[in-house]
Design a protein around this ligand. Structure first.
Ligand code: GLU
Length: 461
């Protein structure tokens, strides 16, 4: 059997990182088994589905490197097929037209509530004869679900999850306007797409039994089901907006690398011994349902940043310089000189950064095309620097035969001695001018990379 998994997002908002993790697990399971990973956009809710959300999902998957096989399936395009399946069940006597109105059902519900009874709608139309059908009323189509016995979902992670059939009503498959419900569409699409394994959040476990009943009514083989615990916030509560940015693209904006985010999400809910750093290739080799955790995992931003720092350091300088230059150029184009400077500086910059935004901030110190941005602290130092000392620094640099960081360091050390200062004290001033900040990578190296002309330009009040 070829494994076929799917990711089935509803395009009603950004790609939540919980969904990104679901996509990752489906991707890894398919790749591990040399199977297929399919994408289905569940866009049947026409009011809530948007083009932007669809785009955001596709872009996020691309950014995360979760490439899917075959064409994207749009659920809304399959309505006719969903209807065909529903009517075939009516024909087979396994589903029926129900003419009860919402009001009637609401009244029955209120009655049961008043008696403190659990409400299950038992449609009077379940076994009605066509001759009894009213005219001028548009019916819904309901599945004739079993009223007795139990339904057992054999979840590969959660174990057997049992429900008494008497607790389930006859679910609606087609609304009175003929549109399919999510329950019907999901089953028909999973069947038609040949899905063998459904891996999704455990918020869908409550749908699994009804879906299984429908599979059985249709005579389809029920795919293997895996319901994974949701991600919780750092405080242990269910992840919500108040825990900060949740869309995948926000993590991109915050400066995470996709490989770091994928590694983090993988470990959040799945483990392979004590391994923390797991490359995509290793993940594909090692991924298994058995490694999934049964309890909800908590987001830990410090760990996420640590992992990102690791992946930053692993990238080679030119690749990283290109990424950072692209980020800078989203705002302003920069010259080849600046780009060259950033590349030269990268080896010193990358161990100092956790996120790409940190790296961008430092890289801007090497851009010579527009004025350096200067922090308030550095500005204070600049204002208090003795003009005479500044002139001596400029003269020292101008007189250098060899403009290398070692020579720069040596000569500035001599200057500090002459001025009766510690080298650190002198560099405190110089750093403010050269880097526009009170912390930076080695100023000697910065001066070397910037070159004489640009260094002198900065060493002015
Ligand atoms: N469209 C559903 C969602 O976005 C997923 C359905 C499923 O995985 O079965 O939550």
């Amino acid at each position: 059997m070829t494994v076929v998994t799917r990711f089935a997002p509803s395009p009603t908002g950004f790609l939540h990182i919980g969904s990104a993790r679901t996509a990752l697990f489906n991707y890894l399971f398919a790749r591990k088994n040399n199977g297929k990973f399919l994408l289905r956009i569940e866009d049947t809710d026409k009011e809530r589905s948007t083009q932007e959300a669809m785009q955001a999902i596709l872009e996020s998957l691309k950014w995360l490197g979760l490439d899917y096989d075959d064409e994207v399936v749009y659920q809304s395009a399959r309505e006719a097929r969903h209807q065909e399946v529903a009517y075939s069940l009516v024909e087979a006597g396994k589903a029926y037209f129900c003419f009860s109105s919402q009001e009637e059902i609401a009244a029955l519900r209120a009655e049961a509530m008043a008696k403190k009874q659990h409400f299950i709608f038992n449609s009077p139309w379940r076994n009605a004869d066509v001759a009894q059908y009213p005219t001028g009323v548009k019916p819904v189509v309901r599945l004739k679900a079993p009223r007795e016995g139990v339904t057992v979902v054999k979840d590969l992670l959660q174990g057997d999850v049992v429900i008494q059939n008497c607790q389930l009503d006859d679910m609606v498959m087609l609304r009175s306007d003929g549109s399919p419900t999510y329950m019907l569409a999901v089953v028909v699409d999973d069947q038609d797409m040949g899905i063998t394994h459904i891996i999704r959040g455990d918020d869908h476990l409550s749908n699994a039994h009804r879906q299984q009943i429908l599979y059985e009514a249709l005579g389809y083989k029920v795919p293997a089901m895996v319901h994974i615990p949701l991600i919780h916030g750092p405080d242990g509560a269910k992840l919500s907006k108040r825990h900060g940015a949740l869309g995948t693209e926000s993590y991109k904006e915050m400066g995470y690398l996709p490989e770091a985010l994928c590694n983090y999400l993988l470990r959040l809910g799945w483990s392979h011994g004590d391994d923390e750093i797991i490359s995509r290739d290793q993940a594909i080799k090692w991924f298994s349902i058995e490694g999934l955790g049964k309890s909800a995992a908590r987001l830990d931003f410090d760990r996420m940043k640590n992992l990102n720092a690791h992946y930053l350091r692993q990238k080679n300088d030119s690749e990283l310089a290109e990424i950072v230059i692209n980020i800078i150029e989203e705002d302003h184009a920069i010259s080849n000189v600046s780009k060259g400077n950033i590349l030269k500086a990268m080896a010193s910059l990358k161990p100092r950064a956790e996120l790409l935004v940190d790296l961008k901030q430092m890289a801007l110190m090497y851009v010579v095309d527009f004025p350096l941005s200067i922090t308030a602290e550095a500005r204070q130092i600049i204002l208090n620097t003795d003009e005479n000392l500044l002139m001596q620094v400029r003269e020292t640099l101008t007189s250098l035969g060899n403009f290398s960081k070692d020579v720069i360091q040596e000569k500035l050390k001599e200057l500090a001695e002459l001025a009766n200062m510690k080298l650190g004290e002198l560099m405190h001033f110089i750093r403010a001018f050269i880097a526009g900040d009170v912390k930076s990578p080695s100023v000697f190296e910065m001066i070397e990379i910037l070159g004489l002309e640009h260094s002198l330009n900065r060493l002015k009040k």
